[in-house]
Design a protein around this ligand. Structure first.
Ligand SMILES: Nc1ncnc2c1ncn2[C@@H]1O[C@H](COP(=O)(O)OP(=O)(O)OP(=O)(O)O)[C@@H](O)[C@H]1O
Ligand SMILES: [Mg+2]
Length: 228
């Protein structure tokens, strides 16, 4: 059993989208028992998942636990527990992760769009030191910047990914989640993930699904969960 927290000091970066899609893919594609815990006081995940179509996925309201350490009591019942954090300052995020020897999660996934404005507080947070293993995942990236040009020059997003790895020495996911408005909007409207939007799958929906499938594999490696 492994616990993965999704958190960031920035809002609207795709935390809930990432938590929901990793949880949905873990159940639906990998057939693993999965619990998604929403700790956001606005219940953004729960409103989406509780009423919607996420077959086989269990969910819980973080406020039902006196303290998030209680999540570990579910250890025997699940292969993966995904915790969606609200936007929190780095000190608050540290506090939410718990104390040495009793961290509430095994690893932290930090989604961030490839914009300096979003990355600045994240860079500071990682440089200050995170208490558990982490992985920074670039989300909501413009597709143009994800391509290498005919001359072999990397796009802006690829360049930033390399810079975060080489210059900052950060742990950065290989997978880049592109900004794809239509599939994610449809998924929210239909209270499901991009895997189950229904109807013939558009290219954008297929690409979104494939990106989150890849990120889910990376998340498994991060928390030490084997893919079968
Ligand atoms: N890759 C993407 N492409 C297009 N839209 C996206 C993508 N990821 C997220 N969104 C949209 O951006 C908005 C914010 O996403 P989300 O709720 O996942 O972010 P969040 O970090 O959880 O926000 P908050 O800080 O409010 O909890 C939502 O409308 C969501 O559908
Ligand atoms: Mg959220």
């Amino acid at each position: 059993m492994a616990i993965l927290a999704i958190g960031s000091p920035k809002g609207g970066v795709g935390k809930t989208t990432t938590a929901t899609h990793i949880a949905a893919i873990t159940t639906q594609v990998h057939g693993r028992r999965t619990l998604l815990v929403d700790t956001d006081p606005t219940r953004s995940t729960l409103d989406w998942v509780e009423e919607g179509q996420f077959s086989g996925l269990d969910f819980a309201d973080g406020r039902d636990f006196n303290d998030l350490h209680g999540v570990r009591e579910h250890e025997d019942r699940y292969d993966l527990i995904v915790i969606d954090f609200p936007q929190t300052s780095p000190p608050a995020l540290h506090a939410m992760l718990g104390e040495p020897g009793a961290y509430i999660a095994d690893a932290l996934l930090v989604p961030s769009p490839p914009e300096l404005m979003d990355l600045t507080p994240i860079i500071r947070m990682i440089e200050t030191g995170l208490p558990i293993p982490y992985l920074l995942a670039i989300t909501r990236a413009g597709t143009a910047g994800m391509k290498t040009s005919a001359t072999g020059a990397p796009g802006r997003v690829l360049d930033l990914q390399k810079q975060l790895r080489d210059d900052y020495e950060f742990q950065v996911a290989d997978t880049i989640i592109a900004e794809r408005r239509t599939p994610y909007r449809s998924a929210r409207e239909r209270m499901t993930s991009v895997l189950n939007i229904g109807g013939p799958k558009t290219l954008a929906a297929r690409a979104a699904e494939s990106e989150y499938r890849n990120l889910t594999r990376e998340a498994f490696a991060l928390v030490g969960l084997a893919t079968r």
